[in-house]
Design a binder for this molecule. Structure first.
Ligand code: ARG
Length: 840
């Protein structure tokens, strides 16, 4: 129904809720001007016949009934809810200053413990009785532990309070906290610093139930181990509340390290979690970290206490089952470095005042810097920070240098009580005031970099001082905003290298034209018209829809022969092929340790980060090539790894052993995560050209299949039509040489590189590329694969979250040289060959 004024107001009875819904929309249009009543048709007659008197009577009765139900409701609410007592538990600690700490206080069943704790309990009870908002609700309190200083007493107090007085109790309890003066000399105790925090009652249950409460004291020299209940044979129990009170000797700190951590994945609310407290009880402000989910073993889960105590809690809900955690802790003497003075020429520090010989200047190089706190500004650094010359540094930072034009430097390190991070390591150095970087370029910050890195278009100094005021060479162009000189072939490569788009500005095609991946411009109208106008399929491969089209070299081919013009349709969780074949072989490219981790101290990979990486070894040479696992029995590798030389018949499968699940070469025979297999068959590409390295690919068959684990997983093989766009960041991994001509790495290395435009790369490599090769790396040099990485994967993390094998490490001119990116076998070009030779 519609009124003439565009306003609809419905007067509805509760019997027609569907009408009420409609009303709210209309009513919000224009206000209440016309009443439209919906009445049940059967009632119409009755309503018409009613006298005014009857109407009044009915109205009176309705009103009376309403009042009655309101009163009943209020009473029910008052008695049933408002007055319902809730259980409140506070945990806290207080400091007793007139008792010295004795070892017996560590043992809750000692007479000394009982004596002091009864005094503390009495003092608490008396204190609570002084407050009318607290006293009447008090139920009981108990002391759980003591620690040094003089004696810190940890306790919990339980209250039973009507809901409506809960807030009053909270306020009164937090007031008590600050009234430290009035508490002094109460009972026979001198008490200062008295704190109490409301605790999750779920957690508080365990205060009375010691079933899952553990008291551990660090032993000298050896680490003390503990783990979640049942670990590793059974999952930890549901709905459990476990606690570990960790102690060290006086004047020591605790170093806690989680060796395995596999809990239910982190959820926004609830879920299973472990808390670590810098205290002997679970008080919120002393929380160091809350952990949930799964961490790869290489993730640095190490925490250091500020005093000689630490508290760990495990809370689990009723869902899912997970293995739990394994941890160990040990004690280290409390450091006294803070505020010290160091007078040697060089050294490693934590946080101090430096003075180098008078005739030298001092600088500090931070190698590792992790002072991160979630949600805290890294510009103002209000909580934990390092301060040098009134500048604060915090957050997670790449290595950096701070220098002083003097022989003295004050480095202040401040950390507050809440949240901890790994910290930092730094090195202080003295330098000649006149020649800070002998043979190198001196950045404004004092950092020394290789001279060749000046004016190369890369901010090597970190403060851009190596890139300002440069004259660009004829191989470079100048970015507008930064004024950096960058390599010319960054122009129009589809990647915003300058940051302000200068390098991509004049590359656009005219309006109504489409830009092909090869740079060509074609009319928009030619897009998806079943003709490859670009010449590289760009205009025909990405038509958004998965509508069947004519098959071309750029369309995706389903198993039933149907062709689609959707870009990378494999495993995107949409069945595009009518036979669903685009979603069938998707059990690949997964990393059980999916958490994003820091690259700590360089380019060591994390354990389990590249579970398809294989090390191929021979008896004579040890590790020789990398390879990628693609099925339980098949590895993909380079062909050049199996070329016979005068000494060894590398083409003979029996000389090779494959190591899967390997991280550190030093543990290849001892690590339980490593699986070793002999090779049964080697199929190197017949057209491999050992002069040009064209067709550098091979398939290896393992003697027996491997079982997939957290550390062993297959990588996805891309279809021939899969597009890895230029500029995409991609990862290369291996145990190859860490410098050109150098020795191999023990720990698997990873490097993030970028796919480089084929035509431009070919120019840099004097036309040596074929269409079966793909270029990736950095023109600035510095990051690349090298000898020993051959055969290994070029891993691309795709939009569907899976990792695809974009390339196989093949060759390069030297390693990591400027203008000489690495060359990889293009797997998409080898798709049919792989099918024929591996059946995959
Ligand atoms: N051919 C080398 C090997 O056998 C790999 C070379 C890769 N070089 C490069 N600069 N990306 O290990």
């Amino acid at each position: 129904m519609r009124s003439g004024k565009d306003s609809i107001v419905c007067h509805c009875y509760c019997r027609c809720p569907h009408v009420i819904l409609g009303c709210s929309v209309g009513a919000s249009l224009n206000g209440f001007e016309e009443m439209v009543e919906f009445l049940p048709a059967s009632d119409t007659k009755k309503v018409e016949k009613m006298s005014p008197k009857t109407k009044l009577l009915i109205a009176g009765l309705v009103l009376g009934a309403l009042l009655l139900s309101l009163t009943v409701g209020l009473l029910v609410w008052h008695f049933a809810y408002r007055n319902v007592p809730v259980q409140k538990v506070y945990t806290g600690y207080l400091r007793v200053t007139n008792y010295p700490f004795i070892n017996a206080y560590e043992n809750p069943s000692s007479a000394e413990f009982a004596d002091l704790s009864s005094k503390v309990v009495e003092m608490l009870q008396k204190t609570y009785q002084t407050s009318p908002a607290i006293g009447p609700h008090f139920v009981q309190c108990n002391v759980t532990a003591f620690s040094e200083g003089s004696v810190i007493s940890y306790y919990w107090s339980e209250f039973s309070v009507p809901t409506y007085l809960e807030a009053n109790l909270d306020a009164a309890m937090s007031d008590l906290k600050v009234q430290t003066v009035t508490l002094r000399q109460r009972g026979a105790l001198y008490v200062d610093s008295f704190v109490a925090y409301s605790t999750d009652p779920q957690m508080a249950r365990t205060f009375r139930d010691n079933k899952c409460m553990f008291f551990l004291h660090a032993t000298d020299g050896a680490a003390t181990k503990f783990s979640s209940p049942g670990f590793p044979n059974a999952p930890y129990p549901p709905n459990s509340r476990c606690q570990w009170a960790l102690r060290a000797d006086a004047s020591h700190m605790i170093v806690l390290h989680f060796k395995t951590f596999k809990l239910e994945s982190c959820k926004a609310s609830k879920g299973d979690y472990v808390n670590v407290y810098d205290s002997l009880t679970a008080v919120e402000p002393r929380i160091m970290i809350k952990l949930c989910g799964t961490y790869p073993p290489s993730y640095n889960l190490t925490f250091i206490s500020s005093q000689n105590v630490m508290f760990v809690t495990l809370v689990s809900d009723d869902r899912e089952k997970h293995p739990g955690f394994k941890a160990e802790f040990s004690q280290i003497p409390r450091t006294t470095l803070c505020g010290g003075t160091i007078r040697d020429a060089n050294g490693v520090i934590s946080s101090v005042f430096f003075q180098v010989p008078e005739d030298k200047f001092v600088k500090v190089r931070f190698q590792m810097f992790y002072l991160y706190e979630p949600g805290v500004s890294i510009t103002s650094c209000p909580n934990d920070y390092v301060e040098i010359n009134n500048v604060r540094y915090c957050g997670e930072r790449a290595p950096f240098v701070v220098s002083n034009n003097s022989s003295k430097m004050m480095v202040k390190f401040r950390s507050d009580q809440a949240y901890v991070d790994t910290g930092f390591t730094a090195q202080y150095l003295s330098y000649e005031p006149k020649n800070p970087c002998p043979g190198q370029f001196t950045c404004k910050s004092g950092r020394c970099i290789d001279k060749g890195r000046k004016c190369d278009g890369w901010n090597d100094c970190g403060d851009s001082s190596d890139e300002v005021g440069c004259v660009c060479s004829d191989k470079q162009f100048r970015c507008k905003t930064s004024q950096y000189c960058k390599p010319r072939f960054f122009l129009c490569d589809g990647v915003n290298d300058c940051g302000d788009g200068t390098d991509e500005q004049d590359c656009k095609c005219p309006d109504a034209f489409l830009k092909c991946r090869n740079g060509k411009c074609v009319p928009e109208a030619q897009k998806c018209d079943n003709t490859d106008n670009c010449g590289d399929g760009t205009d025909e491969s990405d038509c958004g829809s998965a509508k069947p089209t004519d098959c071309t070299a750029y369309t995706y081919k389903c198993q039933n022969g149907q062709c689609l013009n959707k870009l990378n349709p494999e495993c995107d969780s949409v069945a595009d092929c009518t036979d669903g074949s685009d979603e069938t072989f998707c059990d690949c490219g997964k990393r059980p340790y999916s958490r994003k981790t820091r690259i700590v101290g360089g380019v060591n990979a994390d354990i389990g980060e590249w579970p398809w990486q294989v090390s191929l070894q021979t008896k004579k040479d040890g590790h020789t090539c990398g390879a990628s696992l693609v099925s339980p029995t098949i590895l993909l590798c380079a062909a050049h790894c199996f070329q016979d030389t005068s000494g060894i018949r590398y083409s003979d499968p029996s000389v090779w052993t494959a190591y899967l699940g390997l991280h550190d070469q030093a543990t290849r025979t001892t690590s339980k995560d490593v699986v070793i297999r002999k090779i049964k068959r080697i199929a190197a590409h017949k057209q491999f050209n050992d002069f040009t390295y064209d067709n550098d690919i091979s398939v290896l068959e393992l003697e027996s299949p491997v079982t997939y684990t957290d550390f062993i997983q297959p990588i996805c093989i891309p279809e021939s039509t899969h597009v890895f766009p230029v500029g995409k960041s991609i990862w290369v991994t291996g145990w190859g040489a860490v410098t050109e001509g150098g020795v191999g790495a023990a720990v698997l290395q990873k490097a993030e590189i970028r796919i480089i435009n084929q035509t431009e790369c070919n120019k840099l490599l004097d036309g040596q590329l074929t269409s079966r090769m793909i270029c990736a790396g950095y023109v600035s040099g510095g990051i690349d694969a090298c000898q020993g990485d051959s055969g290994g994967p070029l891993s691309s993390v795709e939009a569907n979250g899976k990792v695809y094998l974009a390339g196989v490490v093949s060759w390069g001119e030297g390693c990591a040289r400027r203008n000489k990116p690495g060359i990889y076998t293009k797997v998409t070009e080898m798709r049919d060959w792989i099918k024929q030779n591996a059946g995959l």
